[in-house]
Design a protein around this ligand. Structure first.
Ligand code: ADP
Ligand code: MG
Length: 445
């Protein structure tokens, strides 16, 4: 994996984590500021730098190894640990190699292949059309317009076409691009007067795969350029594939001439998978990861497939989280473990402002356990979150100081008062503490 791919995979892994609301705070506050700098393929370690050198970042990463590894595994298909390195240990070359703004143009995820795509009644037509296109020019499918909700396999199929063509007919020129990258590149080329190059790149192709076309709606220059690109390719009998989260007619704000053209070939939808297809996807994933599909595993797959109805990305994410928690806790994967790990799936979040909920949010934010906050542990990485939780409980509930003390392992009311005063005072001088408090409040209020 080169550095650009590392950066991209890292970004994808964080996006994946972000889809689970329970992870959002962690991702924004702790993981996004990290930059991946170096990968050691033989040891399976990704090294990241943290701009703020306090030990919380390190702590957070260590405590969240399981979910980070799970997300990276989902994206890369291999298990990597994450370690934080000091800024000073990064060589200047490594510094200059990393481009946080690297786009996703042309990178195809090897995991997204036709072989790994499980078909069911929900996606059979879409899959067949994609295979036909990958196999050779198919005028009846030109363009192919693929639509379906998020997480149902559109990007997977586009990447699969790209990879199949590169492997089986390398003489055909194929390009995958997200609408976002297309738009950004267009803007840059207009500014730098490089439209000639832009057009030659997008018009000298045998297959152009454009992902998430819904994003260009309301962007006149991009719409215009997509229109002319389409005309040039279509006239030359070159294949175009679009993906979208809605059918053409429902793309509000899209110019009529584009909507019409989207329907010139074939429009194929992907529906949410039924229960059997969900279970088949999980089975495939489990065997890919080397698990025996014994009766325990079957039960687990059943339970997850039943609980997550609509989004395959979430389905895979749930499974990966279970697998990595099992590894982290050194436990066998069982139904009970699934229920424990996927509490957010099984318990609908209750919005009440209770000491328990505040403690849970704070613990989650700092990546520690509620029991640690309640314990007598006085290390800073525990004591500080504890003070924050005490402050928030005092502020948002009307519990008395002694009652709050009980919530924290029977601490004395003077200790509680001291914590409240300390945080109240620190907020005045520390911007970062203010942000922390605001972020947690966003979650509990
Ligand atoms: P979309 O682009 O529609 O939002 P993706 O293509 O990113 O969805 O798919 C989300 C995840 O689900 C990916 O990891 C993908 O590999 C997986 N996935 C989707 N459909 C299938 C399928 N039919 N078989 C196996 N994996 C699938
Ligand atoms: Mg997609």
């Amino acid at each position: 994996m080169n550095n650009a791919e590392l950066t991209l995979n890292w970004k994808r892994a964080l996006d994946l984590l972000y889809e689970d609301p329970a992870n959002r705070l962690k991702v924004d506050s702790w993981f996004r500021p990290l930059l991946p700098y170096r990968i050691d393929e033989s040891k399976g370690i990704i090294y990241c730098s943290s701009q703020d050198s306090n030990s919380f970042a390190k702590n957070m990463v260590n405590r969240n190894q399981a979910i980070l590894r799970g997300a990276l595994f989902q994206v890369i298909g291999r298990d990597y640990q994450v370690q934080i390195i000091d800024e000073k240990d990064i060589t200047p070359e490594e510094h200059s190699q990393v481009d946080p703004f690297f786009g996703e143009e042309e990178y195809l995820n090897p995991r997204y292949s036709f072989e790994n795509f499980v078909t069911g009644p929900n996606n059979r037509l879409a899959m067949a059309a994609c295979l036909a296109i990958a196999d050779g020019y198919s005028p009846e499918y030109n363009p192919l317009f693929l639509y379906g909700d998020s997480g149902l396999g559109k990007t997977h199929l586009l990447h699969a076409i790209g990879q199949y063509v590169k492997k089986n007919s390398p003489e055909r020129k194929v390009l995958y691009v997200s609408s976002e990258v297309f738009t950004n590149e267009l803007i840059a080329c207009i500014k730098e007067k490089k439209m000639e190059e832009f057009r030659s790149k997008y018009r000298n192709l045998d297959i152009l795969l454009i992902d998430d076309i819904q994003f260009i709606a309301g962007k006149p220059q991009t719409e215009e350029e997509i229109f002319h690109t389409f005309e040039a390719l279509h006239r030359a009998s070159k294949q175009i594939v679009f993906s979208s989260d809605k059918p053409p007619r429902e793309l509000g704000n899209m110019p009529e001439r584009l909507i019409t053209r989207f329907g010139w070939g074939m429009i194929a939808d992907i529906q949410p998978p039924d229960y059997e297809t969900r279970a088949a996807i999980l089975q495939q994933k489990a065997s890919q990861e080397g698990f025996d599909i014994d009766s325990d595993m079957k039960e687990v797959i059943d339970l997850i497939a039943q609980s997550i109805p609509s989004n395959i990305r979430e389905l895979e994410g749930a499974f990966t989280r279970v697998v990595f928690q099992a590894a982290a806790l050194n436990q066998k994967i069982t139904k009970n473990l699934v229920k424990q790990v996927l509490t957010d799936v099984f318990n609908t979040k209750d919005q009440e402002i209770t000491p328990a909920n505040i403690k849970r949010s704070v613990a989650n934010y700092f990546g520690i356990k509620v029991q640690e906050m309640e314990s007598s542990n006085r290390s800073r990485s525990i004591a500080y979150p504890r003070q924050v939780a005490i402050y928030l409980i005092r502020k948002h509930t009307n519990l008395s100081l002694p009652r709050i003390g009980e919530e924290f392992g029977g601490r004395d009311h003077t200790t509680i008062l001291h914590s409240c005063e300390k945080i109240a005072k620190d907020i005045k001088t520390s911007e970062s503490l203010r942000t922390t408090i605001e972020n947690i409040e966003k979650q509990i209020l």
